[in-house]
Design a protein around this ligand. Structure first.
Ligand code: UDX
Length: 457
């Protein structure tokens, strides 16, 4: 099928590449000519396992192309995916200006029936606004071309996005019941046929429910994490081990094991933004989502948990202290540092007068960019950061190591070397990578999340 993808960010690029891999003829549009140039030169602007190979293969086969030409992009696809960013506004609601601009562009140039798919995560009711924006352009130029707006939210995890796209748990598609909606349903069904061969994975529903499903899924997952983080903090006080508790409750099939890991808070482009946007939508209707407000507040507090533990351990005085941080990305297998807990910890350490050496297997360049912004007003803090060349290099002379991201490369370090390099053998582990008992045996003072019972003397 002929597909256009508007927006070659993380979601758009993965969607375009995977649809090309399935044999479709894909046209990817972006307003950012630099991005398009990189893609046309065989580069990939993001780090996502497997993506580069798929893009290269399909580019060579002529099944995917990249362009800034809006008119050509509208002419190309019978199905037009809108996969542009929806950054949070000042008030936490999703900013729809890019989504609506994409809709207007389609309206400006389309001459035949188009299925317009909202792939970006957009508040409930956005499809109607997309339809209105597009229709106003058609009306302005007296065109009677018609279209249908469909909601097809993505459930891609960064670092596993290609796998998630190719082997989805579920595909959610919302269409309306108009004749155009029925036509769109047929086209979407055809497009997703390869995923439904063995068993049906598509959940068909109305447009608003599909839009809502995406927020509900992310809000539920964020809730589980904040809930476990809150319990972990209590576990530290009452002398229970949150990891034992996690196994104990996760074995109940009604609860299940996944997304119950206590840690130093969730980050990324989705959970923080989507939780806020859902709260904001509720407020528009005069409702307060009390649970989600708490989820957000608990997460903000949890991002400070490592800094607080460090401050407490060093008697609230970090002047002249030096620390190592392993892991800067908001999670492993990505260079994404949006809402990453590392940024909160780093700020806390630096503002308290410490110097810090940081290391991440992939996001060092992104870290340099992000920290320059975070500390734009305090250049003296920026100059107290050393960008290390390896995990071990980061440790030299540090009073303690703090682990923020659970990269595989950090899971089984040479502890003799760790001890030798650190000035003091102390680890603050924000992702509970190690067994507290083992650490004590090795001679490392260990502070996990919700596990202090195991290291208490
Ligand atoms: C998430 C959803 O999982 C995905 O379905 C949606 O499409 C986009 O948002 P992503 O943001 O890529 O994906 O990351 P995810 O793997 O879900 O992790 C989010 C954050 O939660 C990370 O910071 C991670 O460290 C944290 N997390 C996750 C925990 O703290 N504990 C857990 O048990 C799981």
């Amino acid at each position: 099928m002929k597909i256009t993808i508007i927006g070659t960010g993380y979601v758009g690029l993965v969607t375009g590449a995977c649809l090309a891999e399935l044999g479709n003829d894909v046209f990817c549009l972006d307003v950012d000519s630099k991005k398009i140039e990189i893609l046309n030169n065989g580069g990939i602007p993001i780090h996502e396992p497997g993506l580069e190979e798929i893009v290269a293969r399909n580019r060579a086969a002529g099944r995917i192309r990249f362009s800034t030409d809006v008119e050509a992009s509208v002419a190309h696809g019978d199905v037009q995916f809108i996969a542009v960013g929806t950054p949070p506004d000042e008030d936490g609601s999703a900013d729809l200006q890019y989504v609506l601009a994409a809709a207007r562009n389609i309206g400006k140039y389309m001459n035949a029936f188009k299925v317009v798919v909202d792939k970006s995560t957009v508040p409930v009711g956005t499809a109607d606004r997309v339809a209105a924006a597009l229709q106003s352009e058609l009306t302005a130029r007296g065109s009677d071309a018609n279209f249908s707006v469909v909601s097809n939210p993505e459930f891609l995890k960064e670092g596993a996005a290609v796998e998630d796209f190719m082997r989805p748990d579920r595909i959610v598609i919302g269409c309306d019941n108009s004749p155009q909606g029925e036509k769109a349903r047929g086209m979407m069904k055809k497009l997703y046929t390869p995923f439904n061969r063995n068993h049906e994975r598509t959940y068909w529903m109305d447009v608003r429910s599909a839009e809502f499903t995406k927020y509900a899924a992310n809000a539920m997952l964020a809730t589980r994490i904040s809930f476990m983080n809150e319990l972990a903090n209590l576990a530290d006080h009452v002398g229970a081990d949150i990891e034992a508790v996690r196994h104990g409750i996760g074995s109940d099939p009604r609860i299940g094991h996944s997304f119950l890991y206590a840690g130093c808070g969730y980050g990324g482009s989705c959970f923080p933004k989507d939780v806020q946007a859902l709260e904001r939508t509720a407020q528009d209707y005069g409702l307060n989502l009390l649970i989600l407000q708490a989820v957000e507040a608990v997460n903000a507090r949890q991002k400070q948990v490592l800094g607080n533990k460090i401050l407490q351990r060093f008697e609230q005085n970090l002047k002249g202290r030096h620390f190592a941080i392993w892991g800067l990305a908001f999670k492993p297998n990505t260079d994404d540092m949006r809402a990453a807990s590392s940024r909160v910890l780093l700020g806390e350490l630096l503002r308290n007068g410490a110097t810090v050496a940081v290391y991440d297997p992939v996001s060092m360049e992104e870290a340099k960019r992000v920290f320059a912004l975070d500390f734009a007003d305090t250049p003296e803090l920026l100059s107290s950061i050393r960008f290390a060349t390896s995990p071990m290099d980061a440790l030299d002379g540090a009073d303690a190591l703090a682990i923020v991201t659970e990269w595989k490369a950090f899971r089984s370090p040479d502890f003799d070397q760790v001890k030798a390099r650190l000035k003091q053998a102390i680890i603050f582990d924000g992702r509970n990578l190690f067994e507290p008992g083992v650490m004590t045996e090795i001679g490392i003072e260990y502070h996990g999340i919700g596990r202090s019972v195991l290291t208490r003397k």
